[in-house]
Ligand binder design. Structure first.
Ligand SMILES: [Zn+2]
Length: 238
């Protein structure tokens, strides 16, 4: 079930909101909004034949975002890359009086080899075709800038570049050109490379991790999404 109070993101959101944070800082809940975890074929939308139906998918994605917000999410993050989904989510949230809920859009999501470990873990590799029809060509920067601009015009509060490490130039261009809150997703394959090299004794993991996250920050990211979040937070907090 992609949405509704019993879906995994909704239950997780309301649990996060109802349990007390260990420190005084208020906890923020961000949910990933997509359908690919819930489709038998693993694509991010409703499929007819071998085509993903954009507008039908967008309506479901907006319903999913609404259910996450109602359950307690502070920020909803659509990751599907369908056209028009940010505007559809914004409109639906505002209609329901949830204008305080922010949207972080996966604006520039590249078709990357570095999603591999996550896809295996989530068992979400598409069973036919691939996501090339709606994920971007790694060689193309201009398309990323157009996608970011479109998402900002539709009402995105935070725009994201994914992956991070192999797209530092894209992060930099996006930050410089739009000067908006910019997130970067340090993806599972990028993380796995460091873990494996550290496990082999080839690099110092702590230094490699901090150097990597520093590079992403230096490129212009205001927010870094990384599997190292807990380790990095511990080190940075001293
Ligand atoms: Zn998806």
């Amino acid at each position: 079930m992609a949405y509704g109070a019993r879906s995994a993101p909704c239950r997780a959101s309301s649990t996060c909101r109802s349990t007390k944070p260990s420190r005084k800082r208020r906890r923020r809940v961000i949910t990933d909004v997509c359908l690919c975890e819930y489709t038998s074929h693993g694509h991010c939308g409703i499929v007819e034949g071998d085509e993903i139906l954009n507008d039908v998918t967008v309506a479901h994605v907006a319903d999913a975002a609404l259910s996450h917000a109602v359950a307690g999410a502070d920020i909803v993050a659509p990751s599907d890359m369908m056209d028009g989904r940010v505007a559809a989510i914004r409109t639906l949230l505002d209609e329901r009086g949830l204008d305080r809920i922010a949207i972080m859009s996966y604006a520039a999501k590249y078709c990357s080899a570095f999603y591999g470990p996550f896809r295996d873990a989530a068992d979400s590799a598409p069973q036919f075709g691939d996501r090339r029809s709606h994920q971007m060509d790694p060689a193309n920067v201009e398309e990323a800038l157009r996608e970011v601009e479109a998402d900002l015009e539709e009402g995105a509060d935070i725009i994201m570049v994914k992956p991070a490490l192999h797209y530092l130039d894209v992060i930099s261009r996006v930050k410089r050109q739009f000067n908006q809150p910019t997130a970067a997703y340090h993806v599972s394959g990028e993380y796995a490379m460091l873990k494996l090299a550290a496990a082999k004794g080839w690099i110092d993991e702590r230094r490699g991790m901090l150097e990597t996250l520093t590079a992403i920050k230096r490129a212009g990211a205001d927010i870094i999404i990384t599997y190292y979040a807990r380790d990095a937070a511990r080190i940075l907090a001293g």
